[in-house]
Design a protein around this ligand. Structure first.
Ligand code: AMP
Ligand code: ZN
Length: 664
């Protein structure tokens, strides 16, 4: 068969399967068959680049990297919604509408308010051309490459669509996928994400679209804007969008009056937890587009739409016991173990109590009946106590004074609300936590080794610190549970490969308290090698930009501990990087020392991030806002006018990218 025809046929077929699977939830072939066909198409496309098509289903795999998200002005502004919280609010709104529209009968389309990140996607001649975040409503960021990886977003439309239009929707992360992502993170020793909404909006701004492709994001659509779309009601808009291949939830309902609207609201207030994604309310819209046009907009939102917000849910339950968890840094977190209770669709058994102060403030005691609330966060919190239900023999909570894991006396640092277990090298969760941090993605990123395996290896007595990882042998690993030949080899290889990780990340991986990624970079650049850092005094450390007392003390303490020195020398023996690479050293100078630069706008020869890196590599400092301390403003294209005015009024020199590059 002709190759071009074959490629086209495969694309059409895969597109249809994608639609059946992701939009209709009704797959007609197995995942395996799908993958084989996708692979076949990928191979053909690699061999025949002349048939490239930006709407090909292979685009979904991602791989394009966006260094800088371009700002794009919305052709049609993206508005907010007014909020209402009661039936009365809604009735008032209806009265205002009727006053505006006269006696014409008004009907409403009710939709769910999806809780995610808003997006506007432009289609031309049936093809996805651009996707832009809401931003400030007037302009947003171009995130097209990332949006194209979301499988329920059609790259090419079906049926009888308008020539050009924008479709508006919400990018959400359904609960199931969110939970799975968090399970993986915990297994990798990474902090779990707080809630699906923030994770969804964060995903849109990831630079590597292949990472976005791995996230189980969905796009739920609710509105079409454009000229001459031929659509006359909101409800019809939803139906049409569905016909063209978009994922539009089918729960929307056409209502004749506010009573029917309230029925819809009440139904979903109770039943929302059976939905696969988060909603925080209902959006009520005047159904007829002509009415919408007559009503128009206020400065901020359409007069023809209203959000009805659900209340955060609360329940009463009994607090059975307060237990205490020990984190990686030895920080103690009190946990409320509750009489299991149904809240926001899940059974809640535990709630965080944060710290001793929190318990004291609310006078929370075992045996109390407590108020539990769940907002956007996954872990519910206790917001109060029903004192009328307090048992007669109740006693105030006495906070623990010893570590529940190793029985060492706890300490408290002034200014820190938490208690700590100081037994860093003998307290099991601190030992494993430190190793888990060492192997985590932003630190040594050791492939083939996860957080649970670390715990297992520690329990079996095979590792006691991170340097021990480099001494593991296959013979030691094989007898372990669920450890096959292949996984043992991968683990050992992953550990061995980590000696290539650059020094600044090694420094972060060591787990010095208060030394996060950024501080580690600063220290690595300032001292170039661990030997120099090890002998630095507190005074010297403080003279490094942005290093304060607390960090300096912690660094000095760390290198005074013989256990750490021993681990470092063993890491060094195994070849782990203990100084900046020669290449990095070469590119570094002190020419800009003592000068602060503010960077604004879009640049031609280097990206904004590269520019910032150049400043830092040459000893300069990057500031975020202009003040009298700013040395130069490096101005690119489309620089914010307020920055320019401010710089001019303070007499700060404004230089171009070329002028800056000439300086170094
Ligand atoms: P707010 O941010 O509270 O002003 O609410 C407005 C936002 O709600 C919009 O930007 C949309 O992204 C979002 N939204 C979620 N679901 C819907 C829906 N069904 N119709 C309109 N907007 C929605
Ligand atoms: Zn302890």
């Amino acid at each position: 068969m002709n190759i071009e025809i074959k490629i086209k046929a495969l694309r059409d077929e895969l597109r249809e399967h994608n639609y059946n699977y992701y939009v209709l939830d009704n797959p007609s072939i197995s995942d395996y068959e799908f993958d084989m066909k996708l692979k076949e198409l990928q191979d053909l496309e690699t061999k025949h680049p002349e048939y490239f098509d930006e709407s090909s289903p292979t685009i979904r795999v991602g791989g394009m990297v966006t260094k800088h998200f371009e700002t794009v002005v919305h052709e049609h502004r993206m508005y907010s919604l007014d909020n209402s919280y009661s039936k009365e609010d809604l009735e008032d709104w209806e009265k205002r509408i009727q006053r505006n529209l006269g006696d014409a009968p008004v009907s409403y389309t009710c939709e769910l308010k999806y809780d995610g990140a808003s997006i506007s996607i432009t289609y031309e001649n049936g093809k996805l051309v651009r996707a832009v975040t809401r931003g400030d409503g007037f302009q947003g960021d171009d995130v097209t490459t990332n949006i194209k990886t979301i499988k329920s977003v059609p790259l090419k439309l079906k049926g009888d669509y308008p020539k050009k239009f924008d479709i508006r929707g919400e990018i959400v992360l359904p609960f199931e996928g969110f939970t799975k992502m968090n399970e993986e993170r915990i297994a990798n020793g990474e902090e779990p994400y707080m809630n699906p909404r923030n994770t969804a909006s964060g995903s849109l701004k990831l630079q590597d679209s292949a990472l976005v492709a791995q996230r189980p994001l969905e796009c739920l659509l609710y509105s079409i804007v454009g000229k001459e779309t031929g659509i006359s009601t909101q409800f019809e808009m939803l139906e049409k969008a569905r016909e063209w291949g978009f994922k539009v939830p089918t729960v929307a309902k056409l209502c004749k009056n506010t009573q029917e609207v309230m029925d819809f609201v009440e139904h979903w207030d109770v039943n929302r937890h059976s939905l696969p994604y988060e909603t925080d309310g209902v959006v009520v819209k005047v159904n007829t587009i002509q009415h919408q046009e007559e009503l128009g907009f206020t400065a901020k939102s359409p007069r023809w739409a209203m959000a009805y917000k659900f209340k955060a849910e609360q329940v009463f339950t009994v607090l059975n016991e307060i237990t205490y968890q020990v984190g990686r840094t030895g920080a103690i977190t009190p946990v409320a173990n509750l009489q299991p209770v149904l809240l926001a669709g899940t059974t809640v058994k535990r709630a965080s109590l944060h710290n001793a102060g929190q318990i004291e403030k609310l006078d929370i005691r075992e045996g109390d009946t407590v108020f539990v609330e769940k907002g956007g966060e996954i872990i519910p919190k206790i917001i109060g106590v029903d004192l009328s239900k307090r048992p007669n023999d109740s006693k105030p909570t006495e906070y623990i004074s010893e570590c529940p894991e190793c029985h060492t006396s706890l300490i408290r640092t002034p200014g820190d609300a938490k208690h700590y277990c100081p037994n860093e090298y003998g307290c099991p969760p601190q030992i494993t936590g430190r190793i888990q941090h060492y192997i985590s993605r932003k630190a040594m990123d050791i492939e083939g080794l996860g957080g649970e395996t670390v715990e297992l290896l520690f329990k079996e007595g095979l590792i006691n610190d991170y340097a021990d990882l480099y001494e593991l042998t296959k013979e030691q690993l094989l007898p372990l549970e669920r450890m096959a030949e292949k996984s043992a080899e991968n683990l050992i290889q992953g550990v061995a490969d980590s000696i290539k990780v650059p020094f600044e990340r090694v420094l972060f991986a060591l787990g010095i308290r208060y030394v996060g990624e950024t501080v580690a970079k600063k220290l690595a650049n300032a001292y170039k090698a661990i030997d120099a850092l090890m002998v630095a005094t507190k005074e010297e450390l403080i003279s490094v930009d942005e290093i304060g007392d607390r960090i300096a003390e912690s660094v000095v303490d760390f290198f005074q501990n013989p256990k750490n020195l021993d681990a470092i020398s063993r890491l060094r023996e195994k070849g782990v990087q203990m100084e900046l690479s020669a290449e990095k050293l070469q590119n570094q100078t002190d020419i800009l020392k003592g000068t602060t630069f503010v960077v604004s706008g879009v640049f031609e020869t280097v990206s904004r991030d590269e520019l910032k890196k150049l400043i830092e590599d040459n000893g300069g400092k990057v500031g975020s806002s202009i003040s009298s301390k700013t040395g130069y403003l490096v101005a690119g294209d489309k620089m914010g006018p307020s920055k320019r005015t401010k710089a001019e009024s303070l007499g700060i020199p404004i230089i171009t990218e070329q002028e800056f590059l000439a300086m170094i």
